[in-house]
Write a protein that binds this ligand. Structure first.
Ligand code: FES
Ligand SMILES: [Fe+2]
Length: 336
C-alpha cells in the first residue's frame, strides 16, 4: 500500500466543517492504474486522471494548465511523467511541469506551470482519493474479515448507476423493500412487517442491528432467526452482515465513488465463513440479481440527490430507522 497523505484532524483543517471532499473515495481498481497509459475518471464532478509513477498510483486534475486539454488523452513518458497530447508538456506525479518541448532543453519552466495533485492511496485492490485533507479513515470490515484466514473474502461486482451515491447507499440500508424488490430472494410478501432495530452512533458513522425470521423459500431454512447488521462508514461505504444461529456469517460490502451529481460507481465485495473453497457462481448470480432489482428503482428516484433535510419525503419511525440515521449523519457533510 502506498499513501501520499495522512488523516488530518478537524483542528488541522481550520474552521470549515468537513464536506464530501474531506473523505477518501474509491475511484478505480488498482489494476486499471498503470505506467502504460493514463486513465481519466470523475470524482464529485471533477475530472481527474490517474497513472502510476515509480509503482505508486498518482492522481492529478485532468486539465493541462496550458490550454485546458485533458491530460488523460496523453501518454506516459519513459521517465514516468504524464505528457499532454496537445503540446507535449510533461507533468510528474506531484503535478509539477518538468518539461516544455517548445523550449530549448534546460530552459526554466514557468513557476505557475503545474496542475493540482490529490492524496491517493490503495486499499482492498482499489485506488482511493481524497480531494481535500481527509478527516476519516477508509472503511474496515466489521470483524477483521479482510485479514481473517478463516473467512473467504473477494471483490465480486462493479456497477455504474445513474443515481446519486447517497441514494444508492440508502437503498443498501433499507430493509423494508426486501419483500417487494427481492421477493423470494431476501424476503417474502407473506412477511412484510419490520420489527424494532437498534441504531448506534459510532466513530465511523453508525451501526444498525435487527433480527428477523427467515421467510420460506430463501437461503436459510424457513423460520431461522437471522441477525442483520449494518456498519455504515461515512459517507459511502457500508457492510451488511447476515448471521444465523449455526454461526454462519455472510458479509456484503459496498463502497461507492460519487462520480458526479447523478451517477456513481459501485464496488462490491462478498465474504463468508462457511462453504470455503466451494464454487461461488451461485452466490455471485444471487447478488447480481439483487443489485439489478435495486438499480431499476434507485435510478428512478427523484430528486436525484438524497434529500438530507428530514422535512423532505416522508419517513416511518421504525422501518426507516437506518435511512433516518443516514440522512442525519450525511446532512452536516452535505448530501449528493
Ligand atoms: S494544452 Fe497541454 S501542452 Fe498545450
Ligand atoms: Fe435491495
Amino acid at each position: 500500500m502506498t499513501t501520499t497523505a495522512t488523516v488530518a484532524s478537524l483542528d488541522d483543517i481550520g474552521a470549515d466543517p468537513p464536506d464530501l471532499t474531506n473523505y477518501w473515495h474509491p475511484v478505480l481498481e488498482s489494476a486499471e492504474v498503470t505506467a502504460d497509459a493514463p486513465i481519466g475518471f470523475e470524482l464529485l464532478g471533477r475530472r481527474l486522471v490517474a497513472f502510476r509513477e515509480d509503482g505508486q498510483a498518482r492522481v492529478l486534475e485532468d486539465l493541462c494548465i496550458h490550454r485546458g486539454t485533458a491530460l488523460s488523452l496523453g501518454w506516459i513518458t519513459p521517465e514516468g511523467c504524464i505528457a499532454c497530447p496537445y503540446h507535449g508538456w510533461e507533468y510528474n506525479g506531484d503535478g509539477r511541469c518538468v518539461r516544455i518541448p517548445a523550449f530549448e532543453p534546460g530552459s526554466p519552466i514557468p513557476s505557475g506551470a503545474g496542475v493540482k495533485s490529490f492524496a491517493t492511496t490503495e486499499r482492498y485492490g482499489l485506488v482511493w482519493v481524497a480531494l481535500a485533507d481527509p478527516v476519516a479513515p477508509i472503511t474496515e470490515w466489521p470483524s477483521g474479515e479482510w485479514e481473517d484466514p478463516n473467512v473467504e473474502i473477494w471483490y465480486s461486482h462493479r456497477y455504474s448507476w445513474h443515481a446519486s451515491a447517497a441514494r444508492t447507499v440508502e437503498n443498501f440500508l433499507d430493509v423494508s423493500h426486501f419483500p417487494f424488490l427481492h421477493d423470494g430472494l431476501l424476503g417474502s410478501r407473506d412477511q412484510t412487517v419490520i420489527g424494532p432495530s437498534d441504531v448506534a452512533e459510532t466513530d465511523y458513522g453508525f451501526y444498525v442491528s435487527y433480527k428477523a425470521l427467515e421467510p420460506g423459500g430463501v437461503h436459510s431454512p424457513s423460520g431461522t432467526e437471522v441477525h442483520w447488521e449494518y456498519f455504515l462508514w461515512l459517507p459511502f461505504s457500508v457492510h451488511l452482515r447476515k448471521g444465523t444461529p449455526d454461526g454462519h456469517s455472510t458479509v456484503v460490502s459496498l463502497a461507492c465513488r460519487p462520480t458526479n451529481d447523478d451517477s456513481n460507481e459501485l464496488f462490491l465485495w462478498l465474504s463468508r465463513n462457511y462453504d470455503l473453497g466451494v464454487d461461488r457462481t451461485g452466490f455471485h448470480e444471487f447478488t447480481h440479481e439483487i443489485m439489478e432489482g435495486d438499480r431499476r428503482v434507485v435510478e428512478s428516484q427523484r430528486p436525484v440527490p438524497l434529500p438530507v433535510r428530514l422535512t423532505e419525503e416522508l419517513h416511518l419511525r421504525g422501518p426507516d430507522a437506518a435511512a433516518l440515521a443516514y440522512r442525519r449523519a450525511l446532512g452536516p457533510i452535505g448530501g449528493i
